[in-house]
Design a binder for this molecule. Structure first.
Ligand code: ADP
Ligand code: ZN
Length: 342
């Protein structure tokens, strides 16, 4: 993680991957902003590079994009020792990573994340994949990037809604794992919203450091890694029930609020800690008011809860204080429903 790293990346890549064929995969927006520049820098420094792109947006994270990229790469003569460079947000990272995991049974790839969400969360950890009609991220693999290069200065062009999306994951990581980091976020919330690059650099380093430590202990998500699902059980339900009108980060912010209410109701979290969490999210201009559910059936279906039978779900990760979590808490449907009332 380093400010202005982007301008040196062609050197870094060419030194680390001498003589390899390089394939940059990006989306239509990032191509225009950064992709062409990286391609040019690599080529003028003597690299054998080409660039492939697809239409920006979550809608492109599908099998058809995945297969077209395969065709393009195979057509251009990709080899087992080639390098794929994923340049873009979470969508690019997930798709390009999954292509790297599968083409010729796997080629190495590196991540150059360009959204805050990708920089603090999705570029690290090796989860790659695409969406299916049945739901998001249902087809995929674990394929670790050989390296992740983060340049916080690249966020200057990021739309502010996208920026806030990433902040929700930062709050999640701090609340789940590090009380001191959480206190720093509370203190510096205002500066963070002003996009101060030096503050962001620290924020991103801390977040990925915490995430990488968790992933290092549980790469394949069978235990500890579940702490990173904080806010995501209800978050995914908000996202799905809104027909993806609510963006991921905003849904996670709402999930953090509602799940913390559950944690209070279950006697795990103190009320004043719940208020700290809500205040931190609000200070970062993230939503904290639980919306009226337009489609309650869809919401509870996404959770796997039958509202009428009060069936129990087991999947919650809950806070038992800022910086501490409990995994696998069973929560009765009635408590979930109560947590959704403002
Ligand atoms: P996420 O990272 O949240 O999963 P995407 O990969 O879809 O989401 O990126 C969100 C949007 O932001 C896309 O339209 C993408 O093209 C655009 N984008 C990505 N990085 C930048 C950037 N640094 N500056 C401006 N727009 C960007
Ligand atoms: Zn998330």
């Amino acid at each position: 993680v380093r400010q202005d790293l982007f301008h040196q990346l062609h050197d870094v890549v060419l030194r680390g991957w001498k003589g390899r064929k390089l394939f940059i995969i990006t989306d239509s927006n990032v191509r225009r902003l950064y992709g062409s520049r990286l391609l040019q820098a690599l080529s003028s420094a003597g690299g054998d590079a080409c660039l492939l792109d697809f239409l920006a947006g979550e809608k492109s994270k599908n099998a058809s994009t995945f297969l077209s990229l395969h065709s393009a790469l195979l057509g251009l003569g990709i080899r087992r020792d080639s390098l794929i460079i994923a340049l873009g947000g979470g969508v690019v990272g997930d798709v390009a990573g999954f292509v790297a995991a599968t083409v010729l049974r796997g080629v190495p790839f590196i991540q150059i994340p360009t959204t805050l969400l990708a920089q603090v969360d999705s570029s690290v950890g090796g989860k790659v994949g695409i969406d299916h009609q049945f739901g998001k991220n249902l087809i995929g693999a674990f394929h670790q990037p050989a390296a992740v290069y983060v340049d916080p200065s690249i966020l200057k062009t990021l739309p502010s809604a996208e920026f806030r999306n990433g902040l929700a994951e930062v709050v999640k990581i701090a609340a789940a794992l590090d009380a001191r980091f959480f206190r720093e976020i509370e203190r510096e919330a205002h500066v963070i919203t002003l996009h101060s690059t030096s503050t962001l650099t620290r924020l991103i380093s801390r977040s990925v450091g915490l995430k990488a430590a968790v992933v290092g202990k549980d790469e394949f998500d069978t235990g500890l890694r579940k702490v990173l699902n904080l806010g995501h059980t209800l978050g995914h339900a908000f996202e799905t029930a809104s027909g993806y009108e609510i963006q991921h980060g905003m849904a996670v912010a709402l999930g953090l609020v509602a799940e913390s209410r559950i944690a209070v109701a279950m006697g795990l979290l103190q009320r004043h800690e719940y208020h700290r969490l809500v205040q931190a999210l609000a200070a970062l201009k993230l939503p904290t008011k639980i919306p009226r559910l337009k489609n309650a059936a869809k919401f509870f279906a996404a959770l796997g809860v039958d509202k009428k039978t009060e069936a129990r779900v087991t999947k919650f990760v809950l806070l038992k204080g800022i910086g501490h979590t409990v995994i696998g808490v069973e929560v009765p449907a009635s408590v979930i429903i109560e947590s959704l009332r403002s």
